[in-house]
Design a protein around this ligand. Structure first.
Ligand code: ADP
Length: 412
């Protein structure tokens, strides 16, 4: 009886697990789709495509329910068989015991003990089944985690072992060539330039010219095909993660501000900051007055149920974070969306407060904001085709002049 029930339990667990594997895949698909809907909610509304997303979600949830149903059906069928057989065996045992007692081969007391003890044996089988199920679940979860960890699809980040305690902020791209894995097209083409510590340099060029790629390579999100990138004269392929990422802050177009109070958002980058340091950073980032105008000041919670920040306010808060982080190199990806003049001025003021103490690289989407940079590099097709100050470039770089004139026309 033990053997038969054990074999049934083993079969149940094995079929259940294969169904569970499919269910988890479906579940992952639906979770991914829901999170995409949440992130793209605004665009879905703007595109007026709620109905198509809703019907797609509906069909995905139906598929998920179907696979959950198949999984549960296996359990129910095998459990039914298990319990029926158990009862049949139980009945058979009772008949056997009665027969043995009646033929004088077994004392009544012994028969009762055997019957009571049989219950314990079957509960051991139940426990074995649960244990088997847990082990298979554990194996399935591990195999899914390891499949991601060791997948060739996601290349591993490789860092060197050299550590720089203090970075000055000088860096240099030397004959860098680069293409993304999914596309053979060269994005950077024998690109060379140098940036000195505490310099403010702006990158200008049409969309797709390769400006963000320069930032990605500097943070070692990707490795160059050929050429080299150095920070303070050391090739970044030799540097450890901390020396690269710990010394660079990126202020993206729409920085992520966590659903926490403003104070806690700032504390994330500098847990030991004092009240004074926090206020100084926000003053330099030109966001202090705005924060003070909020009902709970620095304790105001950002996001759902709290205050929503505009793109310009997010960037200024991110600049305050950069002040607190005190990294030497700051990469600033200017917001593409049109900011009002006042916000633009405030951001420019915040950046100029950073100048001289930090090495700042700016991806400029509006030339008016970077006219005061120490140097402007005009990028076209992954190459620098013009370099100099604003007035100099207007004279000598046709692409820059065209971009500037187009911007003037748009602002009229
Ligand atoms: P810019 O910042 O000047 O607009 P990018 O550096 O973002 O330009 O892009 C340069 C080129 O690289 C574009 O043709 C773009 O399509 C491509 N590209 C950018 N990021 C990726 C990526 N993660 N994978 C593949 N191609 C990319």
């Amino acid at each position: 009886m033990v053997i038969v029930l054990y074999l049934i339990e083993r079969r149940r667990v094995s079929i259940y697990n294969s169904k569970d594997k499919e269910f988890r895949k479906e579940n992952e698909k639906v979770t991914g789709f829901v999170s995409e809907i949440v992130r793209g909610l605004r665009d879905i509304k703007m595109l007026h495509s709620e109905d198509s997303f809703s019907s797609e979600l509906h069909s995905q949830v139906e598929e998920l329910n179907q696979s959950r149903y198949l999984m549960m059906r296996v359990n129910n069928r095998y459990n039914c068989l298990h319990f029926c057989l158990q009862d049949v065996f139980d009945l058979g045992l009772i008949f056997l015991l009665v027969y043995l007692i009646m033929t004088g081969n077994l004392a009544v007391a012994n028969g009762l003990v055997i019957h009571n003890y049989q219950g314990r044996v079957t509960s051991i089988i139940d426990i074995l089944g649960i244990l088997l199920q847990s082990i298979k679940d554990f194996n399935l979860s591990c195999s899914r985690v390891f499949a991601i960890m060791y997948s060739d699809q996601f290349s591993k980040e490789k860092f060197g072992s050299r550590h720089l305690d203090k970075v000055n902020g000088d860096f240099c791209f030397s004959h860098v060539n680069f293409h993304y894995d999914c596309n053979d097209k060269k994005v950077l083409n024998d690109l060379s330039f140098e940036v000195h510590a505490n310099e403010t340099v702006a990158f200008v060029g049409k969309s797709g010219a390769g400006k963000s790629t320069i930032f990605n390579l500097l943070c070692k999100m990707y490795d160059v095909d050929s050429g080299s990138i150095t920070i303070d004269g050391v090739d970044i392929s030799l540097l450890d993660r901390e020396s690269i990422r710990g010394n660079i802050t990126i202020i993206s177009q729409s920085p992520y501000i966590f659903h926490l109070s403003i104070r806690d958002n700032l504390r994330l980058v500098q847990p030991d900051m004092t009240e004074e340091e926090m206020i100084d950073a926000c003053k330099l980032a030109c966001i202090h007055e705005f924060i003070m105008s909020l009902p709970e000041g620095y304790d105001t919670v950002i996001g759902e149920g709290g205050v929503n920040l505009s793109g310009g306010q997010r960037q200024r808060l991110a600049i305050a974070r950069a002040f607190l982080q005190k990294t030497e190199i700051i990469l600033f990806d200017e917001a593409t969306s049109a900011l009002d003049n006042e916000t633009q001025r405030e951001i420019q003021k915040a950046i100029s407060n950073l100048k001289k103490d930090y090495t700042i690289l700016i991806i400029a989407h509006r030339l008016s904001t970077i006219i005061n940079s120490d140097r402007i590099l005009f990028i076209e097709g992954g190459k620098i085709v013009g370099e100099g100050g604003h007035k100099e470039l207007l004279k000598k770089c046709l692409g820059y002049r065209e971009l500037y004139e187009a911007e003037l026309k748009n602002s009229e």
